[in-house]
Ligand binder design. Structure first.
Ligand SMILES: NC(=O)c1ccc[n+]([C@@H]2O[C@H](COP(=O)([O-])OP(=O)(O)OC[C@H]3O[C@@H](n4cnc5c(N)ncnc54)[C@H](O)[C@@H]3O)[C@@H](O)[C@H]2O)c1
Length: 355
């Protein structure tokens, strides 16, 4: 028996071009299953993402979430399949197309402009869609996938309404969008870093560490007297990158041990002025909750900290608080009391976000 006799199928015997289409609002494992099922049966698969802003706006509004723009849905799917070269993610403009029987002809024409090669097979679940597609595309097959939702019994609307109930179904790249973001902030020695880590551990999720804490050690020979404006910009940029990584690994909620407002506060302290570029990184809309820690726990000098005098600690705290308020941060909760009280208050407040 030759090696060839053991081959059950040759790639070139598979249909050349397949298409899966949808809104993917958001993409979930049912979609993934349909796409991968299709991808094992064709040489090249197009995943066609619908761009229909009126429809998408309406659905998101009805389900009480912010609009998920097409650019994000495309990015999520592109990330999901970035290591699978035979899967191409493309966008189809479905704006102003109508919703009647004739709109399927318009849809088909627009699709032919996007997928310029002959489509051998469509993959979908809906019997009516199948009939319409066959009418619009000659010499094209339609394969129905998991019509009864037996494998992943979920749909996007349920996810939009209750993302945390259906968390396990949401594809990884889409999860940061639904993740609740909690900023833990405060002046020096307020127990911020320990609280951030404790919260992340108790919620079984990720956290983003404060870059500034290690910056002088890593880049300035440990001497904070050598800071320049450039260092504050780099710190802010590194922080954004670290936040991004933390969000990609988050489990429903993510904790951030600082933000660009706090870096700006340190620019004021060390450099004596605000930094324009750091300011441009400040984003009040990023966070669902801000836990602002009061300086009413003991001062712990760790070699990096400056301002141990209690009267000064309180003044600096008020300065920092004002910076958040002036920049429009919402849902700021001041946390005080002993370490145990702080932990429990923070847990309860965070838990409310993912109910
Ligand atoms: N107006 C028109 O004439 C016309 C014509 C054709 C297509 N369209 C567009 O096509 C899109 C179809 O959207 P949709 O609502 O089916 O998209 P969707 O994002 O909900 O689903 C995408 C694909 O995944 C499949 N799927 C969904 N949940 C699944 C699960 N749990 N398990 C397995 N597979 C699952 C769907 O059947 C579909 O084939 C719409 O945007 C619509 O506007 C419009």
């Amino acid at each position: 028996m030759s090696d060839k006799d053991n081959i059950v199928i040759n790639l070139k015997d598979l249909p050349k071009v397949g298409v899966c289409y949808g809104k993917f609002l958001p993409p979930h494992r049912g979609h993934l299953y349909t796409i991968l099922e299709a991808a094992t049966n064709v040489q090249k698969l197009y995943v066609v993402v619908s761009d229909n802003s009126n429809k998408i706006d309406k659905l998101c509004k009805e389900d009480g979430i912010d609009v998920i723009p097409v650019a994000l849905r495309l990015q999520w799917l592109a990330q999901q399949f970035q290591d699978m070269d035979h899967i191409k993610v493309v966008v189809l403009d479905e704006n102003n197309m109508g919703d009647d029987e004739n709109s399927w002809n318009v849809w088909a024409d627009r699709l032919k402009d996007v997928v310029k090669e002959h489509i051998d097979v469509f993959y979908c679940r809906d019997l009516d869609d199948s009939r319409r597609i066959k009418h619009c595309f000659k010499n094209t097959k339609v394969n129905l996938v998991d019509r009864n939702d037996t494998i992943f019994n979920v749909n996007s609307s349920e996810i939009r309404k209750s993302p945390f109930k259906y968390w396990d179904y949401i594809l990884g790249p889409a999860r940061p969008y639904f993740t609740k973001k909690v900023l833990i902030t405060g002046t020096e020695s307020s127990g911020k870093t320990t609280l951030t880590k404790s919260l992340a551990k108790i919620f079984n999720t990720s956290w983003s560490e404060e870059e500034g804490r290690y910056y002088a050690e890593k880049f300035l020979g440990g001497d904070e007297n050598y800071f320049t404006d450039e260092d504050f910009i780099r710190m802010t940029h590194l922080q954004v990158e670290q936040d991004y990584d933390a969000m990609r690994n988050a489990n429903k909620i993510c904790f951030f041990d600082t933000d660009a407002t706090a870096t700006q506060y340190y620019s004021r302290l060390y450099m004596g002025h605000e930094n324009k570029i750091v300011e441009s990184y400040i984003n009040p809309d990023k966070y669902d909750l801000v836990l602002l820690l009061k300086p009413d726990v003991e001062w712990v000098a760790d070699g990096q900290r400056l301002n141990g005098n209690q009267e000064k600690r309180e003044r600096l705290y008020l300065n920092l608080k004002q910076m958040y308020v002036e920049r429009g941060f919402k849902n700021i909760i001041e946390i005080s009391g002993d370490y145990n009280t702080r932990l429990n208050t923070a847990i309860l407040k965070s838990m409310e976000l993912i109910r």
